[in-house]
Design a protein around this ligand. Structure first.
Ligand SMILES: NC(=O)c1ccc[n+]([C@@H]2O[C@H](COP(=O)([O-])OP(=O)(O)OC[C@H]3O[C@@H](n4cnc5c(N)ncnc54)[C@H](OP(=O)(O)O)[C@@H]3O)[C@@H](O)[C@H]2O)c1
Length: 260
């Protein structure tokens, strides 16, 4: 008997999150935010040697996961819009998460997925549906277009002297704010529902594009064109606006432009 106090055998469990799409725009920021929450993070992406479409090394990557966070996106626009990528990736991730005994899953979707059943929006709605049907407790985060997406819009229907953009209202959002929301939801109890995330300011997509072009010294005119496609889809007014009660971020488009 030495009188020394025996160390407790009970070790505190540190939450383990697997972030699929961890090297992407949202994934890299979600990884950082989860670590701020004290979470142990495992990274999934092809550059980390794990493939969610072929399933290569997926079971190993998900071993010991408490929560699986899906912020993947397809390498090509065609695979994103057709829904082919999300069909395979989400099914594989959910099956691997179930086999690994994960307690919950979180997926990032898009505001408007429940309203516009075409192209990219339908692909994301189907992805949400797969998650809802899975036996794993879930949370769905829907975001409005990222500020970076305005750059895609400015390249989408582009001519020598003009750019055509649908003049619809949105609350475009900073990826920092989206990642913060995804991380926050990931460490909480499952929502069994949707949290929408949007930017602090309402603005029209054509006006945001005009601001971006002006900041880039691009003199092309921005033409408000209701038929100009967004991710291959003709938009309707309201599609890119969140529901009441959305989580509104702090960072503005003007601040983002100034930082670029
Ligand atoms: N853009 C918007 O305005 C917007 C708005 C709302 C919601 N969202 C959603 O936000 C999510 C994330 O978008 P993001 O812009 O952050 O995407 P991103 O920057 O393109 O990143 C995609 C990530 O997925 C990984 N990935 C791609 N194919 C993979 C595969 N076969 N296996 C494993 N990993 C793979 C990529 O890494 P590797 O290339 O190394 O594999 C990368 O880490 C998407 O689901 C998108 O629908 C986007």
């Amino acid at each position: 008997m030495t009188g020394a106090i025996a160390p407790s055998r009970r070790e505190e469990h540190r939450m383990r999150a697997v972030v699929a799409g961890a090297t992407g725009l949202i994934g890299s920021k979600t990884d950082a935010r989860l670590r701020d929450h004290g979470v142990e993070v495992a990274l999934v992406s092809r550059s980390e040697g794990v493939d969610v479409t072929t399933g290569q090394r997926l079971p190993e990557a998900l071993r010991g996961a408490d929560v699986v966070v899906d912020v993947t996106d397809a390498p090509s626009r065609a695979e994103t819009v057709s829904g082919e990528f999300f069909r395979t990736a989400t099914s594989n991730l959910l099956e691997a998460a179930r086999s690994a005994g994960a307690e919950r899953c979180v997926v990032l979707s898009v505001v408007g997925a429940d309203r516009l059943r075409a192209g990219y929006f339908r692909a994301k709605a189907e992805q949400e549906e797969r998650v809802r049907r899975s036996p794993i407790p879930h949370s769905i985060v829907r975001a409005t277009p990222f500020f970076e997406s305005v750059e895609d819009v400015s390249r989408s229907v582009s001519y020598k002297d003009s750019v055509h953009v649908a003049p619809v209202l949105t609350r475009s959002v900073a990826t920092d704010d989206v990642a913060a929301a995804v991380a926050h939801v990931s460490v909480g109890v499952p929502l069994f529902g949707v949290l929408e995330v949007a930017g602090p300011d309402e603005g029209r997509l054509d006006e945001l594009t005009a601001k971006l072009l002006a900041a880039q010294g691009d003199t092309r005119a921005v033409i408000a064109d209701a038929h100009a496609p967004f991710f291959g889809v003709e938009l309707q007014e309201g599609t890119l606006l969140p529901e009441a009660g959305a989580d509104l971020g702090h960072r503005t488009f003007t601040e983002w432009l100034a930082r670029r």
